[in-house]
Design a protein around this ligand. Structure first.
Ligand code: SF4
Length: 725
């Protein structure tokens, strides 16, 4: 008897980690003539040489993806339920799970109204998954209480783009990295967080040694260590820096007056404010030398092509919107936008934070960049979904932090958490735990069974993961790529869109008035994408000309891609016409304001948080690969040697890090990458690896008033030697 035949396949898809959106080729083996759940496995990966995001390159995380998919250990394989919190969950079949969830949610809506239900979803979801959940919440249940963990990473960038340029989405593309002559990194450790794009920038600088890099970061990150000029500003002072740079550009006549006059509005008001931001005054706020601020402004203002790359360091702040705006002002005032190598380019953290925004999968927006507060926009969506007039709620839903506060207070009774781990990633996780304990009903839809959120689930719904499902994602340069299934999901795990669609159909049967047009009957992701596509027609992100067949035939495409265009648009606003009502970009006065929580005698240190090169989010996936711990093997708190000496602390001491909200214990690492008065901890380590939760035990939940994004990057803390026993 011969060995069973093994069939090998190679599937073109996308890495599931970061917003670079690298194309991959997944190698799989299917035994017994597969594919079949028992006989299929992912055995290898290569960068896709034809994908325009990475041209075949992958970073360490991407190269190790097969190792995360090799075993079903730690995967959720079957639906599980419990009736009482005191019970252990037990396995149920899908029919029971789907019916029970639909019944419980419909009953809660009957009793308490639609806003008693909330959804908390993820930038890891595919666009099609996102679309189903957004339609389920807003169109079927009638609540805008659907927010995403993208609130924690990108919402300040969204607010900045909308206020300044009139619409969400970067004006730039990856090709701009090749053409930029001055690169301003602001709050982005791109060397570690977006490594493949960073290599592209390195190659551009090798080709042209005149290219200059300015890095704005309180920490000497791997990116900062390679800068021509590192501005190690005091945490939270970015607005003062950008205002001071623009003051200098105005003073030196390095602004583009013609561009300002022809294409913008509001410059006179901003100029008035900027009178006070002399380089010396701004540099004093930032804690840097005025000469360095001036040098950065000169390099920016005299550059033939200035590109800004920014990320969490700007966004995760109570003034994140102002930070984004002040940076965009530099581009608008110098005309450094809409041309090769120039523009403000926000880098998305998650693989599909952009796709989630496109379908409107957040509490503050509607599909295809429509506004909840706009009656015309609501009416358009109502007509498209064939809903009764005024069915869509005009009230914004609860954004991430407020959503869990509402669960805690009992205002929201049930939450459905999809593909995210809020007990690790939200600020002040003690409050999040309380919220989930208080909740009447918690549904967790997950691929992995050991996240910090899973223990709170009344129902666990097993989800398909990377390499196991079909759909699309949009990367940081607005490029839509097909995600494809290489192997079937293990056990009874199902694609996220399928789970949402099945439960929605059951809720619809209970809640929808007789004769109402059915909202949910999707037979696959292609049908969902087609509905999403049609809803974008005529909007700034119009993808009327895109379908799966086009993506399969022509490869990944950037939006907008209207019908008949034949190709997407690489760079926006090249004609100087912005997405505002009058076509003019807007300047907004951006006064510098300090961080939400100043240091004090009791909490004298500034805590910064950030990412490690080889880890991702709460490590539910990267934490399964021993090789990915080689770079940073253990959790640690990094402290300047002078601060440690003052406290009698040494490297490897266990220290207690405490804020007004909570505490955790970490090993100490002495490091001069942070200045005196500042400490740093990576955000990845969770309750899977620590006796407590991660660094969000101590982070604080104050949010930006416009973007509603919390200040995860900064908190005032105390550090002392941990005493035990
Ligand atoms: Fe994946 Fe991002 Fe690395 Fe590309 S850069 S391989 S998308 S983690």
């Amino acid at each position: 008897v011969g060995a069973p035949a093994v069939r090998r396949t190679r599937t073109r898809s996308v890495c599931c980690y970061c917003g670079v959106g690298c194309g991959v080729l997944i190698d799989a083996e299917h035994a017994d003539g597969g594919p079949g759940p028992a006989g299929s496995r992912i055995v290898g990966i290569e960068g896709d040489p034809e994908h325009p995001a990475n041209h075949g390159r992958l970073c360490t995380k991407g190269r190790n993806l097969p190792a995360t998919a090799r075993s079903t250990a730690g995967r959720l394989l079957f639906p599980e339920m419990r009736r009482l919190r005191s019970e252990t969950r037990h396995r149920v079949d899908w029919g029971v799970a789907l019916d029970t969830v639909a019944e419980r949610l419909a009953a809660i809506v009957d009793r308490h109204g639609p806003d008693a239900v909330a959804f908390y979803v993820s930038g890891q979801l595919l666009t099609e998954d996102y679309y189903v959940f957004n339609k389920l919440a807003k169109g079927l249940i009638g609540t805008n209480n659907i927010d995403s963990n993208s609130r924690l990473c990108m919402s300040s960038a969204v607010a900045g783009y909308k206020l300044a340029l009139g619409a969400d989405g970067p004006p730039t593309c990856y090709e701009d990295l090749d053409h930029a002559r001055t690169v301003l990194f602001a709050g982005s450790n791109m060397a570690d967080a977006h490594p493949v794009l960073f290599r592209r920038l390195e190659a551009a600088r090798e080709r042209d040694p005149e290219v200059r890099w300015i890095v704005v970061d309180p920490r000497r990150t791997d990116t900062a260590a390679m800068a021509d000029l590192h501005l190690a500003i005091q945490p939270g002072t970015d607005v003062a820096l950008f205002n001071g740079m623009l003051h200098h550009l105005i003073w030196e006549g390095l602004i583009d007056r013609d561009y300002i006059a022809a294409h913008t509005a509001g410059f006179a008001e901003l100029k008035l404010l900027l009178r006070d931001y002399t380089p010396r005054m701004a540099a004093d706020i930032c804690g840097i030398a005025a000469a360095d601020l001036v040098r950065a402004a000169e390099w920016f203002g005299r550059s033939p092509a200035a590109l800004s790359l920014y990320c969490m360091g700007l966004n995760q702040s109570v003034h994140g919107t102002d930070k984004n705006l002040a940076l965009i002002h530099l581009h608008l005032a110098t005309g450094q936008i809409g041309k090769p190598g120039a523009g403000p380019f926000s880098l998305t953290g998650q693989p599909n934070a952009m796709g989630g925004r496109e379908v409107g999968g957040m509490a503050t927006m509607l599909a295809a960049h429509r506004e909840i507060g706009d009656a015309g926009d609501r009416a358009e969506v109502e007509r498209f979904w064939r809903l009764p007039a005024h069915r869509l709620s005009a009230d914004p839903g609860l954004p991430a932090v407020a959503l869990f506060d509402a669960l805690r207070s009992g205002k929201v009774k049930a939450v459905w958490i999809v593909c995210t781990n809020p007990v690790h990633s939200l600020p002040d996780i003690g409050r999040v735990r309380e919220a989930l304990q208080q909740a009447e009903y918690v549904i967790v839809q997950e691929a992995f069974r050991d996240t910090d959120t899973v223990p709170y689930a009344d129902v666990l719904l097993p989800a398909a993961s990377w390499g196991e499902k079909e759909g699309t994602v949009t990367n940081s340069e607005r490029r839509i790529s097909r995600v494809r299934q290489a192997v079937p999901p293990p056990g009874e795990a199902r694609p996220d869109w399928w789970i949402g669609n099945e439960i929605a159909r059951r809720i619809e049967a209970r809640l929808a008035p007789p004769g109402a047009a059915p909202l949910f009957g999707f037979d696959g992701p292609a049908a969902i994408f087609d509905e999403h596509r049609r809803l974008t027609i005529g909007r700034d992100l119009d993808i009327g000309g895109l379908d799966y067949a086009t993506l399969d035939a022509q490869g990944p495409q950037q939006w907008p891609f209207p019908s008949g265009s034949g190709r997407g648009l690489a760079r926006r606003y090249g004609d100087g016409v912005f997405a505002t009502g009058d076509g003019r970009a807007r300047f907004h006065p951006t006064p510098y304001r300090p961080v939400a929580e100043p240091t004090s005698a009791r909490y004298p240190l500034r805590l910064l948080t950030g990412r490690l090169r080889d880890q991702w989010h709460g490590m539910s996936r990267t934490g399964r690969v021993p090789g990915l711990f080689a770079h940073s093997p253990e959790p640690e708190l990094r402290m300047h040697p002078d601060d440690a000496a003052r406290r009698g602390l040494a490297s490897r001491d266990l220290v207690r890090v405490a804020s007004k909200r909570g505490e955790l214990v970490l090993p100490l690492q002495l490091s001069d990458e942070v200045g005196s008065g500042t400490v740093f901890a990576a955000m990845h380590w969770s309750g899977q690896f620590l006796a407590s939760g991660g660094i969000n035990e101590v982070s604080q939940p104050a949010v930006d008033a416009r973007s509603l994004q919390p200040e995860l990057k900064h908190a005032a803390v105390r550090v002392e030697k941990a005493e035990f026993g």
